[in-house]
Design a protein around this ligand. Structure first.
Ligand SMILES: [Zn+2]
Length: 440
């Protein structure tokens, strides 16, 4: 088994027992972390000098439709959900199976480039069984750790404009794909359930039970008020479910989510673009719900998860400040005005909490012995080491530009600021070629 020794970094373990190490080391053997500490001894097959770098667990995007990657910019004018459905959704059937796989593959590469080693890909553009297999194969090739949620959404065939397969055919195909699943990959299959608003509770329940019966994690777009309470009453809430958006949730519903040990995925930039409230960010922190962050639509939102973390933290502070103003607590004393979260807390949303969303809470999301070796090194040199909390530094000052090294599954995917074994010219030509068809 090959080994990698990362030396002398600011190691943000995200493990409460290990904390953050200044000039710490991480030893990787095979696809797992073997040791974390100071002055670890080799020998190792490869040693990476992390001086001047922050070492964090690989970032995980918990809600993204990766097939939209070549459409970047097509939804730039997005303002309300209607535009999304009129501009983006109709492109879905212009992707042939090969294009679909290529789009997913390129999205995975760019995410890795930006330090995003994991994804919950809500794959709702599957038009044929060939599309599903092309996406699955693409995921196995990138080196990302992926929960590929096979989209059942009938909601995206709205108004009969988009041709879609019968619901039963999708379920049959998913079972078949599950039987073809390979053990030696970092890809797991799940289900992208239909929206309750469009499918109705009965069909949603059927899909949810189907997922349970087949041991598949499930995710769904949760928008309307009261749905979490309904799902609780129906016995449909458990830790295998990942609700997305969740922006109209009540505090009582947040407590139900916490009790069911459910991770929720909020997609701040999209929520704002379609006019929804973002108070859930602060309230989820206060209710100790496992909050995760997603980018949702690559056609409209940058897949730079670090920038989303910074934006999300700013929204948390904006909400907390609005509450303080409304309660007459301005100017803030800094003592009596409790805040929902510190900047470093935001990193948990894309690491420990997100690992839970992928169903890998006990194996991923922290830098601790026994965990999967998905690790990112952020460069701070030559502009100065972090002052104070290195996790806060990553959230407030980190950007994709700083992503120096990316390791997933114990394999170096990016080194010295460049993806390993990837021809950038070839990528450019592939995207240009694909766009001639899907944007025609
Ligand atoms: Zn979505």
């Amino acid at each position: 088994m090959s080994s990698i020794l990362i030396k002398n970094g600011f190691v943000v373990t995200m493990d409460p027992r290990l904390g953050t190490l200044t000039r710490g080391d991480v030893l990787i053997r095979g696809d797992r972390i073997e040791a974390v500490g100071k002055d670890l001894e080799g020998p190792a097959d490869k040693t990476i000098d992390a001086t001047g770098k922050i070492v964090i667990p690989g970032l995980i995007d918990t809600h993204i439709h990766m097939w939209q990657h070549p459409l970047r910019g097509l939804a730039s004018e997005l303002w309300s959900h209607l535009i999304y459905k009129s501009v983006i959704t109709p492109t879905r059937d212009r992707f042939n199976a090969k294009d679909f796989g290529t789009a997913v593959y390129l999205c995975g590469l760019e995410m890795l480039d930006r330090g995003v080693t994991g994804a919950l890909d809500f794959c709702h553009g599957i038009m044929t069984p060939g599309h599903a297999r092309a996406a699955y194969d693409a995921h196995t090739r990138t080196g990302q750790r992926v929960l590929m949620a096979y989209g059942l959404s009938l909601g995206y065939s709205f108004d009969g404009q988009i041709p879609d397969r019968p619901h039963g055919a999708k379920l049959d195909d998913l079972i078949e794909l599950q039987s073809e699943q390979r053990e030696d990959t970092m890809v797991t299959l799940g289900v992208g359930l239909s929206e309750i608003e469009t499918a109705g509770l009965e069909l949603f329940t059927k899909e949810r039970n189907f997922a349970r019966d087949h041991g598949l994690r499930a995710t769904f777009h949760q928008n309307s008020p009261g749905q979490i309470l309904t799902l609780h009453e129906q016995g449909l809430l458990d830790g295998e479910l990942v609700p997305v958006h969740v922006n109209s949730v009540s505090d009582r519903e947040l407590r139900l989510l916490r009790e069911a040990d459910i991770a929720i995925s909020v997609t701040p930039e999209v929520e704002i673009a379609v006019g929804r409230s973002m108070s859930v960010l602060s309230r989820a922190f206060r209710e100790d719900v496992k909050l995760c962050i997603g980018t949702d639509t690559p056609s409209r939102v940058s897949i730079d998860l670090l920038s989303q973390l910074r934006l999300s933290f700013t929204m948390v502070q904006a909400h907390d400040a609005a509450e303080a103003r409304a309660a007459g607590r301005l100017p803030l004393s800094g003592q009596n005005d409790s805040r929902s979260a510190a900047p470093g807390d935001m990193l948990a949303t894309a690491t420990v909490n997100a690992a839970h969303a992928l169903g890998l809470g006990d194996q991923l999301g922290t830098l601790a012995p026994g965990k999967f070796a998905d690790v990112v090194l952020l460069e701070t040199w030559p502009y100065g080491d972090p002052i104070g909390d290195a996790a806060a530094h990553a959230v407030l000052f980190g950007s994709s530009r700083d992503v120096d090294t990316v390791i997933s599954g114990g394999v170096v995917r990016k080194e010295n600021g460049a993806l390993v074994g990837v021809d950038r010219q070839e990528i450019a030509e592939t995207i240009a070629d694909l766009r001639t068809r899907v944007l025609a």
